[in-house]
Structure formats: C-alpha cells, structure tokens
Design a protein. Structure first.
Length: 203
C-alpha cells in the first residue's frame, strides 16, 4: 500500500489545479458493487495516518443534499473518526431549540440544482481539509463522477478483478477523458490469490 500511496500522492500533486487549497480526488467504477467505498476509505485512512493531514471522506450524494454555506459550519457536517485527522461528511444534525423554546436557528440555504450545491460545498471543504476524497457512484448508476471530474484534481477508477470487462473499462476511461478529468489510474479490487501468500513472498 505504501508504494501505491506514494504514486497516488505524486499523481495528485502533479494534477493539482488549485495551489494553496486542498487536493480533491474522485473515486468511481464502471458498475455497482466494485468496492468504491471500501477503496476510498482505505486510501483515506492511509493518507490521514501517513501524512498527518486533515482528510475527509465525502459521499457525493450527501454532498449534493446539504448546505454547508460557510467554512465555519464544517463542524456541523464533518464527524471525527477513530483515526486521527480523518473525518466523514454526514447530514447535518438537527438544530436544537434554545432554552427559552424560541424558534430554531435558521440555516442558510443555497439555491440552484443539487450539482450547484455540491460544487459550492466542495469549494468550502477545500479550505478546511488537505485531502478530500469523493466517494462517487459507478458511472452505470450515475453521471456524478463525470460531472465532478473537472472540479477534482484527479479521478481513480476501481476495477473488480474477474468482473469488469475490458470494453466496459475502456468506456469508463473515455467518459472521464471526455469530461476533462485527470485520470490518476485504476485500482484492482477483490483480487483472488490462488497461490498461498507465503509463496508469493518468495517469488
């Protein structure tokens, strides 16, 4: 994992179009259930532990449903995890009524489409975290990964071993390219090891 992580960091630094801000990387796949969330979380844990930088795991669906509005409201949406420096985006907790039972605190609302809200929220997150990893649905389920690709500094495609077909993968890579996304590479997930691990280590 360490060598892959180093290549990952090198790639996103080379493609970072937002000097002085955090690095945003989108993770997606060709088809559902190829392990995008698992890979996103694994990379996030490694980044937080090895770089000691503030890292956020961001589900794109949640990103488009909330209204962060301002960086001062980050704490209302980003929960700390057991891993130091690692946070997870979540829906905002319900506002509490004050002790005098007065009206609840009014939340600012960003108009426009879900994509508009998502992009606005993403820019706010850039100012609060060093790494923002976007957990996107597969391109078969949604076009979110392609829509967010230009706003990200890189895109990683998760490929399930012995499942994803070459022509499907080519189509996914072409979609990201046409969306002007910076493809960082592919991650082979769920690989089977018919040869015992101890034997692999001797090869």
């Amino acid at each position: 994992m360490e060598s892959y992580l180093q290549l990952f960091i090198t790639g996103i630094k080379a493609g970072n179009k937002n000097a002085g801000k955090s690095t945003v990387v989108a993770f997606t796949s060709t088809s559902p259930q190829e392990g995008v969330s698992y890979v996103t979380q694994s990379f996030a844990v490694e980044l937080a532990q090895r770089t000691h930088r503030r890292t956020a795991i961001v589900d794109v669906n949640t990103l488009q449903q909330i209204d962060i509005f301002h960086y001062s409201r980050i704490a209302a949406f980003c929960a700390k995890t057991d891993v130091p420096n690692l946070y997870v985006l979540q829906p905002e907790k319900e506002d509490r009524v004050d002790e005098n039972n007065k009206a609840q605190h009014l939340r600012p609302f960003i108009g426009g489409s879900e994509m508009d809200r998502g992009m606005s929220n993403l820019q706010t997150l850039r100012y609060s975290f060093d790494f923002v990893l976007l957990d996107c649905p597969s391109l078969k389920e949604s076009g979110d990964a392609a829509l967010f690709a230009p706003a990200a500094d890189g895109v990683v495609v998760v490929v399930e071993a012995d499942h994803t077909r070459k022509e499907q993968l080519r189509g996914t890579l072409k979609t990201i390219e046409m969306a002007e996304g910076n493809l960082l590479g592919c991650v082979l997930n769920k690989r089977q090891y018919p040869i015992p691990e101890w034997l692999y280590q001797r090869l």
